[in-house]
Design a protein around this ligand. Structure first.
Ligand SMILES: [Zn+2]
Length: 459
């Protein structure tokens, strides 16, 4: 029996018998001899098979190449359009961060979504802004690429995932902290209050627009610095949660101490002048100290409605009891002052090695969106940068410590290299004091001494 080559090809793939009549249970390929195919027929069939395989390969390759070229073009146009709408920040380091985020796989998808979703609209006219460019029924959390590339660094509420907001306060310098809000049904949780009652009231008013009842049942303080907890006084009826170490430190740093320091500033020399200048926009008079009502150690899992929030104690680092708040289902992480984005961190407590470990812990969580304690929203790359900063500073400090330089001499001597563009550079001397302390130094490093040295470095 002779068969056409197309029939043979079909027969060759038929297991255990003739086409259309498979033999039950058998799994052997029918010998070609049994099909009565000639040698010539087999060669011709193989040639045809090879040829059709080559054609299929060529067509597939061409389609893929054309698709890639098209997507690249769209990506380029979208990136140019996005950049025209919001020029990149001028700080070289920050600009490099953004460029790095843009190179991440998937960046073009977000950029295209942004182009078509936001074209012709000014985000500042949407109170509060939504940062979730994907369709609202999408299961995917917003990616860090979208956050870093497209979110304006503007005062106010910005939705960073479904019903999760960051409240930003540019420029992120001394006292200008960020906060966070998580809402589910009638439940709402606030991450940090602000430095004084006026600013906190303004923030709570903005938040009333997005909460069901206007009430905030739970407040988390990430640490004891006043710019993250003095506003607690306006939420005295809420559950206020912090690490036990944070709560203890808050008792020693009441608003009244800062108010008294400012009143006495004229007698405190350089430190007084510096504190007066950096804290001039804030009012600490008559703020009652409002302490946490619930404390924990190490970790605490919370729920806001059905949403999960995990509090992780990562201090002592910036302060004695630093906590970060993580939403595992949304991939959003509120760092408190473990991250100052675009500015120098300041090590009040240390050890610095613990702060580096905190960075590692955040990076292991691989969040999509990082809400820093100060500065614009970030991607995890900003946490990597911070870790590298501390590793760099540890090396630079160690050699100068061994040479016998004071922290102030070391601060004046160190070439900050890639970190030269970070703001609040005067904090370098405080960070060197912390590292010297880690190395075993017992030089005085109380707040007034540090403020005085920072004043000199800033002048
Ligand atoms: Zn702060």
């Amino acid at each position: 029996m002779f068969m056409k080559s197309s029939q043979w090809l079909q027969a060759d793939w038929t297991v255990g018998g003739r086409p259309g009549r498979p033999r039950k249970g058998a799994a052997t390929v029918t010998p070609r001899r049994d099909l009565g195919v000639t040698k010539w027929g087999v060669r011709r069939a193989r040639r045809t098979q090879r040829r059709s395989g080559r054609w299929a390969f060529l067509v597939r390759t061409s389609v893929i190449a054309a698709a890639v070229a098209l997507l690249d073009t769209i990506d380029l146009l979208a990136a140019l359009a996005a950049q025209r709408r919001r020029p990149l920040p001028t700080r070289p380091r920050f600009r490099r961060n953004i460029e790095r985020h843009q190179q991440r796989p998937g960046a073009f998808v977000v950029t295209v979504l942004a182009l078509f979703g936001r074209a012709g609209r000014d985000p500042s006219t949407d109170p509060p802004s939504r940062l979730r460019w994907a369709p609202s029924d999408s299961e995917q959390p917003v990616t860090a690429v979208a956050t870093v590339d497209l979110v304006r660094y503007e005062k106010g509420l910005h939705e960073v995932a479904d019903r999760v907001w960051a409240y930003l306060q540019p420029d992120g310098g001394w006292g200008w902290s960020n906060a966070g809000l998580v809402v589910d049904g009638e439940d709402a949780l606030l991450v940090d209050t602000l430095f004084d009652l006026r600013l906190t009231a303004e923030m709570l008013e903005a938040m009333r627009q997005v909460t069901a009842t206007g009430a905030i049942g739970t407040v988390v303080n990430t640490h004891a610095n006043g710019d993250h907890c003095f506003g607690n006084a306006l939420l005295a009826d809420s559950d206020i949660i912090a690490s036990a170490r944070c709560a203890e430190e808050m008792e020693h740093l009441p608003p009244s101490t800062l108010a008294a320091m400012l009143r006495a500033a004229s007698t405190l020399g350089d430190a007084g002048a510096f504190v007066s200048r950096i804290f001039a926009p804030f009012d600490f008079e008559d703020i009652p100290l409002t302490l946490p009502t619930k404390t924990f150690e190490s970790e605490l899992d919370l729920r806001v409605g059905d949403r999960r929030i995990r509090l992780l104690e990562v201090g002592p680092a910036h302060t004695a009891g630093d906590v970060v708040a993580y939403l595992p289902d949304e991939g959003v992480l509120f760092t408190g002052d473990i991250l100052f984005h675009g500015g120098h961190p300041i090590v009040w407590a240390g050890p610095v090695s613990n702060w580096i470990a905190a960075c590692d812990r955040i990076l292991e969580l691989a969040p999509s969106v990082v809400v820093p304690g100060h500065g614009p929203l970030a991607a995890p790359a900003a946490v990597s940068d911070l870790k590298e900063y501390f590793e760099f500073l540890t090396r630079e400090a160690r050699s100068r410590f061994e040479e016998g330089l004071t922290p102030m001499e070391a601060a004046r001597d160190i070439d900050l290299g890639p970190y030269a563009g970070w703001s609040e550079a005067e904090r370098l001397v405080a960070n060197l004091h912390a590292l010297y302390r880690d190395f075993g130094s017992d030089l005085p490093a109380d707040a007034l001494t540090l403020m005085g040295e920072m004043a000199l470095l800033a002048s």
